[in-house]
Ligand binder design. Structure first.
Ligand code: C2E
Ligand code: MG
Ligand code: MG
Ligand code: MG
Length: 278
């Protein structure tokens, strides 16, 4: 009986795995056509200055409106885009679309804000990355101070010459650099000082259990203290409750991004909010 169960179990896993691989293949095939079929779109999530209540920037977040599956989240398809190499064309599309959109908001007279674009670690392997960003800025005529590039902690802590050089060159273009999900993996607090970085985005996992978990409180306070003292700005990510906001305000975090204020939304909705002066 036990042998039989074993066999069944094996068959069960194998079928499930086959299903997963099939699903993955279907998604990758669809992703190849998604760009030209205009199934990709950007949502934007506002970042808010706690003191003034004003929107200072938005983060561009990609979505895939799949004909059969509906809205597919980036956590599902970005890894596939990275594995298949598609991340390079998708990444450039995101950059261009976000810059175009931000320039359009400025052109219709809305108060200028930053747009933040996520860069995959894969994109840093492309020697043309800096040239691409430069081109997009020139083509869209967005003043570079209104573009922020979000890099992952794993890219940031890598002391690879090529990464540091790219970051320096990007900063020379006039864009700002933010470290995304800071504190979620490595604690690169010490390295921050020597990194060409303007902002850190405090990871959602650090915010989640504030202010009831003493350890998380201590880490959040330490990050805020250190960032202030070395002149790096902080955005707290994933702020959902009034208690979290109170804690962050008390410890002088200036900016937040999270469902408490706004969820990611289509560009038209951002425009509406900016128009109303919030
Ligand atoms: P991320 O860059 O850390 O983006 C923040 C994620 O947290 C977004 O998820 C956002 O919807 C979510 N979020 C924001 N506030 C809250 C909150 O208060 N509560 C909760 N529970 N969640 C909140 P999203 O849009 O699903 O994106 C997931 C990840 O996918 C992003 O994490 C980023 O790593 C990646 N991603 C998104 N767009 C792009 C892109 O254009 N290029 C690349 N390379 N990666 C992207
Ligand atoms: Mg999501
Ligand atoms: Mg991000
Ligand atoms: Mg993040």
């Amino acid at each position: 009986a036990s042998k039989e169960r074993g066999t069944n179990r094996y068959a069960f896993y194998s079928r499930e795995m086959r299903g997963e691989i099939q699903q993955k293949t279907i998604l990758i095939n669809g992703l190849y056509r998604a760009l030209e079929k205009q199934e990709l779109l950007l949502y934007y999530q506002p970042q808010v200055d706690i003191l003034t209540g004003r929107i200072t920037g938005v983060e561009a977040l990609i979505r895939w409106n799949h004909p059969g599956l509906g809205m597919v989240q980036p956590s599902v398809f970005i890894p596939l885009a990275e594995q298949s190499g598609l991340i390079h064309s998708i990444g450039e599309w995101v950059l261009r679309t976000a810059c175009e959109q931000n320039k359009r908001w400025q052109d219709i007279g809305l108060p200028p804000i930053r747009v933040a674009v996520n860069l995959s670690p894969e994109q840093f392997k492309n020697p043309k990355l800096v040239a691409i960003v430069k081109n997009v800025l020139e083509d869209t005529r967005l003043p570079p101070q209104y573009l922020e590039l979000e890099i992952t902690e794993s890219v940031a802590v890598k002391e690879a010459e090529t990464v540091i050089r790219s970051l320096r060159q990007l900063k020379e273009l006039g864009v700002s650099i933010a470290i995304d999900d800071f504190g979620s993996e490595y604690s690169s607090l010490g390295r921050l000082r020597s990194m060409p970085v303007d902002r850190i985005k405090m990871a959602m996992c650090l915010i989640q259990d504030l202010p009831t978990t003493p350890k998380d409180e201590a880490i959040a306070k330490a990050i805020l203290y250190l960032a202030r003292n070395i002149g790096v700005r902080v955005v707290a990510e994933g702020v959902e409750t009034e208690q979290q906001l109170e804690f962050l305000t008390r410890w002088s975090c200036r900016e937040v991004q999270g469902f408490y204020f706004y969820r990611p939304m289509p560009a038209e909705k951002v425009e509406e909010i900016l128009r109303q002066g919030q």
